[in-house]
Write a protein that binds this ligand. Structure first.
Ligand SMILES: Cc1cc2nc3c(=O)[nH]c(=O)nc-3n(C[C@H](O)[C@H](O)[C@H](O)COP(=O)(O)OP(=O)(O)OC[C@H]3O[C@@H](n4cnc5c(N)ncnc54)[C@H](O)[C@@H]3O)c2cc1C
Length: 452
């Protein structure tokens, strides 16, 4: 591990973690243990891979080590959208990777969402799941063209459940005068992510996984077996799962494969009945806009608005100390009032942020690290809630070295373009972010001209 201070900073708590209630973490590892598989990281990827491994082979000895508590990373802080989108959306994915890649990626993501719904239902995971539909709302005439292009593209690829709805239809659903039309996609699930990841922890424990929290892996050697050292103990393992997402660069094996970028969120107090009446939103759809650096927002079961996106943070040398960002939070508060002027006096109760994992070609990647004894999963960007669960099944197949249709997915064992070392890394990532921001500005010029 390369950061001299702990790379797992205390961060402002997300709405989900703050309102979780009493949580009893599993004890720290304080002994030496020998296992078949060691999973590093207790987010969706790690916890789901651990319970999938035990489901596939109950005789396997599986241990999971989490640096802080389960859901500390993006899995306990996200926008809660379990969706079919990959990368920066349908159009950009087709442009960067081709239509065939998009078709296969979308099939994978449809199965990811359906598989997550089945898991939650079958295992009775208490996580406030709803399936309310997804709106990608156009807020300028240029976004209308972009989003309609995406709808047409998906329809041409055979995905007929995705459609365009008019300004009147979208505004009837959610009363924001900024909406000029929208893409409607029916598959989206919304969850309480902290409840979900911790319910999956309990499922993993029931299946016999040994879980240690507040147990960072501080060093790892690979021969003759994996030897993982933690502050008070160690683990000898035949195989290792790096479920470390945006923290993966802390391991030399994964240092150049991904970088952390940071996104920020706010949550309002519960809206009153009269405030709710002004915005409609009876079906509680998850909403995003048409930007590159999207805004994403939803209503919670207790009628708060949770809103994220806009400015994206980058750090020198991939430091993980950037979970707070006053500028981004201020931007989100202004955006909320722009969307719903009647909410100008609503109080913001939570402000938080966290790192997501980005590969150099903006595509997810999972596969073997070197030989077939270790696997990794990175690069879900802001779309890992559903994807990480399907990835967990693929990681299980890789660890068990069994063939499966999942392993034919383009995310599995791709060539991962390495990020360059500093200072080029930050310059490259900064230039990419600058381009995306500039394009957003161009798409939004008519709003700026109108003084909004
Ligand atoms: C603010 C925010 C909003 C988002 N919104 C959405 C959304 O609405 N929809 C969506 O699909 N995706 C969203 N994402 C992305 C999504 O949350 C992630 O893709 C997903 O949670 C990744 O899960 P994971 O298990 O791979 O990683 P994480 O949840 O980040 O888990 C990695 C874990 O590994 C642990 N770890 C790392 N290194 C070590 C070590 N050395 N030893 C022990 N433990 C270690 C970390 O502590 C961490 O808990 C969002 C992300 C953020 C930050």
């Amino acid at each position: 591990m390369s950061e001299s201070q702990s790379p797992f900073p205390d961060s402002p708590l997300s709405l989900w973690l703050d309102t979780f209630g009493d949580y009893q973490p599993c004890k720290e590892l304080s002994e030496h243990s020998t296992v078949d598989v060691a999973v590093i990281g207790g987010g969706f990827t790690g916890v789901a891979t651990a319970h999938e491994l035990k489901k596939a082979d109950p005789g396997l000895n599986v241990v999971l080590l989490e640096a802080r508590t389960i859901g500390y990373g993006a899995s306990g802080r996200n926008g809660s959208f379990a969706m079919t989108v990959v990368g920066l959306g349908f159009g950009v994915t087709a442009m960067l990777r081709g239509k065939e890649y998009l078709r296969r990626a979308h099939q994978y993501m449809m199965a990811a969402v359906d598989g997550l719904e089945a898991l939650i239902t079958e295992e009775k995971l208490d996580c406030e799941m709803t399936r309310p539909g997804f709106l990608r709302a156009a807020t300028t005439s240029k976004y209308i063209k972009r989003i309609q292009h995406d709808v047409k593209l998906m329809n041409e690829l055979g995905f007929d459940d995705i459609g365009w709805i008019s300004r009147t239809e979208v505004q009837n659903r959610v009363h924001s005068e900024t909406y000029l039309g929208a893409m409607l996609e029916p598959r989206l699930l919304l969850v309480n992510p902290a409840k979900l990841v911790r319910a999956e922890r309990d499922l993993a424990l029931r299946r016999g996984v040994k879980i240690y929290e507040n147990t960072p892996v501080v060093s790892l050697t690979a021969f003759p077996k994996f030897h993982l050292t933690t502050p008070q103990g160690s683990v000898m393992a035949e195989k290792v799962v790096f479920a470390t997402n945006a923290y993966s660069h802390l391991f030399p094996e994964l240092k150049r494969k991904q970088i952390p970028a940071f996104t920020y969120m706010i949550a309002t107090e519960p809206l009153t009945a009269s405030q709710l009446a002004t915005i409609g939103w009876e079906d509680g759809e998850g909403v995003e806009d048409g930007r590159n650096l999207i805004h994403y927002y939803r209503l919670t079961p207790d009628n708060r608005i949770v809103l994220g996106g806009g400015p994206v943070g980058l750090t020198w040398a991939n430091s993980l100390y950037h979970d707070s960002n006053e500028t981004a939070w201020h931007h989100l508060e202004e955006h909320l009032v722009w969307l719903f002027p009647a909410l100008k006096d609503v109080k913001i109760t939570h402000r938080w942020g966290g790192p997501f994992s980005v590969t150099a070609n903006l595509s997810p990647a999972l596969g073997y690290v070197g030989d077939e004894r270790a696997v990794y999963s990175i690069g879900c960007i802001g779309h890992g809630v559903s994807m990480s669960h399907r990835n967990a099944k693929a990681l299980t197949d890789l660890i068990l070295e069994r063939e499966s249709e999942l392993l034919t997915c383009p995310f599995v064992n791709p060539r991962v373009i390495p990020w360059p070392p500093e200072p080029l890394r930050l310059m490259t990532a900064g230039a990419l972010r600058g381009y995306l921001q500039l394009e957003d500005w161009w798409y939004e010029r008519e709003i700026q001209k109108n003084g909004a």
